[in-house]
Design a protein around this ligand. Sequence first.
Ligand code: AMP
Ligand code: GLY
Length: 421
Amino acid sequence: MNILILGSGGREHALAWAAHQNPKCDKLIAAPGNAGMASIATLSTLDTNDRGAVVTFCEEEAIDLVIIGPEAPLASGVADRLREAGIAVFGPSRAAAELEASKRFTKEICDAAGAPTAAYAHFTDPASAKAYVAEQGAPIVIKADGLAAGKGVIVAMEDADAFAALDDMFSGAFGEAGAEVVIEEFMTGEEASFFVLCDGEVALPIGTAQDHKRIGEGDTGPNTGGMGAYSPAPVLTEALQAQVMDQIIRPTLSEMAKRGTPYQGVLYAGLMIENGQARLVEYNVRFGDPECQVLMMRLGAQALDAIQAAAEGRLNEAQIHWADDHALTVVMAADGYPGSYARGSVIKGLDALLDDSFHKVFHAGTKEIDGAITANGGRVLNVTARGESLKEARDRAYAMVDDIEWTESVHRRDIGWRALD
Ligand code: AMP
Ligand code: GLY
């Protein structure tokens, strides 16, 4: 089977690694990929948001399966065009990708599906939005309806913060994304992520994880794309996962199918758990990054079979063989991230690290220059390990981190603290 993976992050390196483990995988191409993927895949400079170019490329390269990593090609309708051309693709249509692109859409789906989520109201003008905040009172959550590069959610602890957020959004701080605003009840509890493969009808859970969004230890400082993750998330017990499948995931998929926009791909449910009950915080229509790294580390080659089954509409035939294991990943970022940072610093010591099914460094922003691996982005390496316990996985991951020679970097030392304490 010839496979094309779109994207260049640690998520896509992990997907490529899992696919490459599987004997079914003949040719593997990544566009644009990164220096870490170059050892297992051919890299291509294909424009991954250009629908026509992606289809032509697949025809020329006899691609059998396209795996779309990030959200942007999905929002551009790349999956739709591939499906029209008869090429198997893992990723939702543009219409189904609204589950991530519009907060209001997701809330309406939750209403129709009866899925538990925060109470909300939706506004297109500042006066009525502020009146609602005054009536409800803080703490309250203000969300730009559209995609705002992860910055469109303000958890306001005081009314004044909520008013300020509304002023910002309605005056265009998030562009079009803020022209509509969703105001939500503030939920308390513990957050966890749940990942489900979908083929339009059937849903197959493939694991739970917890992310660490803040740059600083103890979950302090500015938000990032994610500084580390582990799987499984102990807070999402088997019983809770069953509840989430029954009350949130399956009703959502039924509602999407009923509307003529069946959901196919991975559905990433961000959940808030309190008193043994889970409520939906948000959906993403792609794997999380770095959550994907720990999921792939645990699933290995079988991930490709399940992804292919989802893309081909035969997920009812797929199953996951679970090992009783744990995985943890530590993100090493360029010093300064998530603010400004320099590119080009040289990273040494990678070749000497253990590299097997328990130890893996997934690359994100790396570039090979004259045979040296250099930093070429904010999040640069995902140092990932697997073990029989979370502690074992953590100790293995940090032992690798400590052997990497790269002074111009930052990472957190407390990944996994919530589950380990
Ligand atoms: P979202 O992009 O919707 O996931 O929001 C980003 C983050 O904001 C979430 O991961 C939560 O930490 C927080 N958040 C979003 N909605 C709520 C809510 N209704 N109550 C409490 N926290 C929330
Ligand atoms: N790590 C969070 C995300 O991928 O959205």
